[in-house]
Design a protein around this ligand. Structure first.
Ligand SMILES: [Zn+2]
Length: 157
């Protein structure tokens, strides 16, 4: 999913646990999108190969190649464990909480809305809820989700 979806879902998830989510907007933005950095190099490769239709590619199962193992369930759990360990010592507990909320939220959103390999690196099995068949339907699906979240955000925040 795109960053608008990740930031708004990260914001809503944080508000469930922390009443001052508004003051934490910057860390919410950072930790809602940070695990997508693994897309950058593979995306550049696809881009340089002059993939004809980037939007179609984006919504195809092949785009899974842009997700590194950092982007799947085992790594998300490992990340949470690291946060919990840091939590005992760190001064910025609130920022750590934002990370502990927004990174798993990003993962859950990707898991529920697109193609993922939940057990990577242990299994390459693909999981997808079949929201769309063609890339075009996928783009429409993503557009609707994004719009719905934007409406919810501007109504409730
Ligand atoms: Zn992602």
């Amino acid at each position: 999913m795109n960053w608008i979806v990740h930031i708004i879902t990260g914001y809503f998830a944080t508000s469930l646990f922390l009443p001052n989510a508004k003051e934490l907007f910057l860390p919410i933005v950072i930790f809602s999108v940070v695990i997508d950095v693994d897309h950058w190099l593979p995306f550049l490769r696809v881009f340089l190969k002059k993939e004809k239709n980037l939007l179609n590619y984006y919504k195809s199962a092949e785009a899974l190649e842009m997700r590194s193992v950092l982007h799947e369930f085992p790594a998300t759990v490992a990340f949470l464990v690291i946060i919990l360990l840091l939590y005992q010592t760190a001064l910025h507990k609130e920022i750590l909480l934002v990370a502990a909320i927004c990174v798993p939220t990003h993962y859950i959103v990707d898991f529920l809305t697109g193609h993922t390999r939940p057990l990577s690196p242990f299994s390459r099995r693909i999981f997808f809820l079949n929201w769309w068949k063609t890339a075009k339907e996928g783009i429409i699906f993503e557009g609707i989700v994004t719009l719905a979240l934007l409406v919810l955000y501007f109504v409730f925040v």
